[in-house]
Design a binder for this molecule. Structure first.
Ligand SMILES: *[C@@H]1O[C@H](CO)[C@@H](O)[C@H](O)[C@H]1NC(C)=O
Ligand SMILES: *[C@@H]1O[C@H](CO)[C@@H](O)[C@H](O)[C@H]1NC(C)=O
Length: 294
């Protein structure tokens, strides 16, 4: 009796712990390591700060690579004058035919709004820029920036609000990134040749150092050991009869109705540039844009 009673309690305890584990964020060093300019990293308890000055920017990378799942971090962008600087947060595979999902935060002069540029590279080809302003000042507080990636879609989210969806349209003959494991990266650097007002506004180094702050690192994704072949990775990270990844659940294959409404709102009120409607750059509409529902 006592044993029968105890079993579910103990199980429940472990299930509870596992679920907590999924939702909780990790220490920077558990998941990431500095990629360059170690001396431009500042650790303050749970906070990580990356510094850009006239000597160097800085960047970090995940220790592992992943195929599908969810990656999230909280970022507070450079306060005050951030003109000329770019803070990037992205996932990328390696090689000439790499895939990449980008958040790029383009700085601005004091009081002027940051722009968030997103991009998707498939098989080494990008040119899928979208630009938006945000519905809050991203330099005042931490906000979460998330990539959700599964076999059906790549979703970019800001504080849980979807801002961009890249849908799998392989049935139309359009390649979708689903064969290459990706690392997770972030960096801050000087891009004053293009970032702010098209490169007109240069970085004012008298306002250096420019500091981006991070916390709340979360990776809930299928981890891929470097030593493992692409075929084995594809097998390991595909849901099957024995194992089912939560991101392969039917509810994750497209946005919920609520999320679709949120995306429509974001696009109507905050989108300032979409490659899909740039006829000067693309006289022939990029093929995936023909099928966009948004
Ligand atoms: C900077 O501010 C100007 C003026 O408000 C705006 O036109 C521009 O889009 C903003 N962002 C960047 C990155 O230039
Ligand atoms: C970097 O900027 C500082 C502060 O403006 C200045 O004193 C220093 O000379 C600069 N160094 C270089 C290498 O440009």
């Amino acid at each position: 009796m006592a044993v029968l009673f105890k079993m579910p309690v103990v199980l429940g305890f472990f299930v509870g712990l596992m679920m907590l584990g999924l939702a909780s964020s990790a220490e920077f060093h558990e998941l990431f390591q500095p990629g360059w300019a170690n001396d431009h990293f500042i650790y303050e308890g749970e906070l990580l700060k990356l510094k850009l000055d006239n000597f160097s920017g800085a960047g970090f990378a995940s220790k592992s690579r992943y195929l599908f799942g969810k990656v999230s971090m909280q970022i507070k962008l450079v306060e005050g004058d951030s003109a000329g600087t770019v803070t990037a947060y992205y996932m990328s595979s390696e090689g000439p035919y790499h895939n990449e999902f980008d958040f790029e935060f383009l700085g601005n002069t004091t009081g002027e709004p940051y722009l968030l540029q997103t991009n998707v590279y498939v098989n080494g080809v990008g040119n899928r820029e979208q630009r938006m302003n945000l519905w809050f000042d991203p330099t005042k507080d931490f906000h979460s920036y998330t990539l959700l990636w599964n076999q059906r879609q790549v979703v970019f989210l800001v504080d849980e609000t979807p801002i961009r969806v890249h849908t799998n349209m392989e049935h139309k003959g359009i390649p979708f990134p689903k064969d290459q494991a990706m690392g997770v990266y972030s960096s801050i650097w000087n891009a004053d040749d293009w970032a702010t007002q098209g490169g007109l506004v240069k970085t004012d180094w008298s306002h250096a150092p420019f500091v981006a702050s991070y916390k709340g690192f979360e990776i809930d994704a299928c981890e891929c050991p470097v030593s493992v072949t692409a075929d084995e990775i594809a097998k390991k990270c595909s849901s099957s009869a024995e194992k089912r990844f939560w991101w392969d659940e039917p509810t994750m294959s497209e946005l919920s109705l609520h999320q679709s409404h949120q995306l429509v709102w974001v696009r109507a009120n905050h989108l300032v540039y979409d490659y899909c409607t740039d006829t000067a750059r693309f006289p022939i509409k990029p093929v995936e844009c023909e099928h966009h529902r948004h």
